[in-house]
Design a protein around this ligand. Sequence first.
Ligand SMILES: Cc1cc2nc3c(=O)[nH]c(=O)nc-3n(C[C@H](O)[C@H](O)[C@H](O)COP(=O)(O)OP(=O)(O)OC[C@H]3O[C@@H](n4cnc5c(N)ncnc54)[C@H](O)[C@@H]3O)c2cc1C
Length: 375
Amino acid sequence: MTHTRTVLVIGGGTAGNGLAVLLRKAGIDVDLVEAKADWNVHGSGITTQGNALRVLREIGVWEEVEKLGFGFDALGITAPDGTVLHVDAHHRTGGPDLPSVVGMQRADLQRILIDAVRRSGARVRLGTTVQQLEQDASGVDVTFSDGTTGRYDLVVAADGLHSATRAMIGISERPEPVGMGIWRVCAPRPASVERTDLAYGGPCYIAGYCPTGPDSLYAYLVEPQRDRANLDPDTFGEEMRRLAEPYGGAWDEIRASITDPKKVNYTVFTRHLVEGSWHRGRVVLVGDAAHSCPPTLAQGAAMSLEDALVLAELLAGHDDWNDELLTAYYERRIPRVRLVVDGAVQICRWQLDGVRDADVPGLIGRTMTMLTELP
Ligand SMILES: Cc1cc2nc3c(=O)[nH]c(=O)nc-3n(C[C@H](O)[C@H](O)[C@H](O)COP(=O)(O)OP(=O)(O)OC[C@H]3O[C@@H](n4cnc5c(N)ncnc54)[C@H](O)[C@@H]3O)c2cc1C
């Protein structure tokens, strides 16, 4: 190797931040550009499962995650009235020394990753996007939105679900709705909530919550997709309270705390999986830019972090960043990501089709067993 290799990471979400830190650890020069001036420090809660925690430990932030989040090892299934039907021991997909799940506030996870990126020495530019990419056999010339330019050995598109970079390199796959929408809110944690509980069989497809810290949780209700054009954000609080009305147990306290419509978020579920390869020349996709799925297995961010880990490992271990290496990245990731995307969509399908005797626990069990293997 004759020069320090350079990577441009486009997008500072879970995948981009994680990748930037892992590449810096390998001595690779990293520039990161993020469209949002506030670096996206907001959002609802997130369920980070063991296999995501395993990557966060590699990134070097496990202690902070453990401190700010809420770890647990079981999943409860309840009736809509809150009666606990059964409690399953959750798989420890990150290995025996990590909890099955740590629930977190998304803003906390983002802040932890941002601090790690800052410490890593990656050069960060906020409020910046890429306008043009031109590549040849040895590198990529980039023109940024502020008119500046740069040349990199590799460009990584970590710009999420609606990746502009994906379109720029001619990949046409994009997220498609699966027919469901989710209402989410962050709320105070009732003392009784110490794990995720899911209620199936009520008026919503799923009603659930996940503790995210000593004093907080996030709660969600999944229902048929609505037309966003007909939704008025000022009514989000009352709409979520109305949808939560038939649910009992911890939901009584959660419902009463939904007072600020600005704290309620509505999102639709999507699915996409880029097939064949995740790169064109020296531009490669990670995370939601390459794949998305409904959060019915709570694995999207976990898959994004695993993408970052595998790509960083391959780039650090090889001098020649060629087509073969980037194809090897895709081939190593695709079976695992496909399993998650197909499984997550299958759970939605069963619910949309009203299949009452679907083996959801069996599907989750098989998936989590496979995800326990190293990526
Ligand atoms: C309702 C819902 C619930 C979910 N729950 C979970 C869960 O519990 N557990 C889990 O593991 N996963 C969950 N996920 C999935 C998870 O949120 C995503 O898979 C994960 O955030 C993807 O990370 P990413 O870095 O690829 O994309 P993102 O986190 O979206 O980051 C992309 C970044 O790129 C920036 N960007 C966009 N365009 C540009 C541009 N042109 N130039 C520069 N920057 C740009 C954005 O501002 C953003 O900061 C959920 C998803 C949804 C929709």
